[in-house]
Design a protein. Structure first.
Length: 103
């Protein structure tokens, strides 16, 4: 990983941190919790994943949902990791995990 890439990842982390700090919605909820007699300690964990795009590869849509939404291969893999299937996707593709599905 290059130093420039590390710097960009650091900037991304700082941007996420700043957006949480500056969020009026989060501040309002925290204030409401404090009104109920509790102190708030908010700890967030962000996982940043990088996939290097090789020359000649692109992020063209590989899946299209029933509503016309287009998803890249990375989008589909991420959604599957969260056990989210895409409407209109073949059932064989969405059941790609080794774990049994609940009935």
């Amino acid at each position: 990983m290059t130093s420039r890439l590390r710097e960009l990842i650091q900037q991304l982390g700082e941007a996420i941190h700043e957006s949480v700090i500056e969020s009026e919605q989060i501040a309002g909820v925290v204030q409401d919790i404090r009104k109920h007699g509790f102190d708030v300690l908010l700890m967030l964990e962000a996982t940043i994943g990088l996939n290097e795009v090789k020359e000649g590869e692109n992020a063209e849509a590989t899946e299209t949902a029933e509503d016309g939404t287009k998803f890249t291969k990375n989008d589909v893999n991420f959604l599957r990791s969260l056990r989210i299937s895409i409407e209109g996707e073949d059932a064989d593709l969405s059941d790609s995990t080794d774990e049994p599905q609940a009935s």
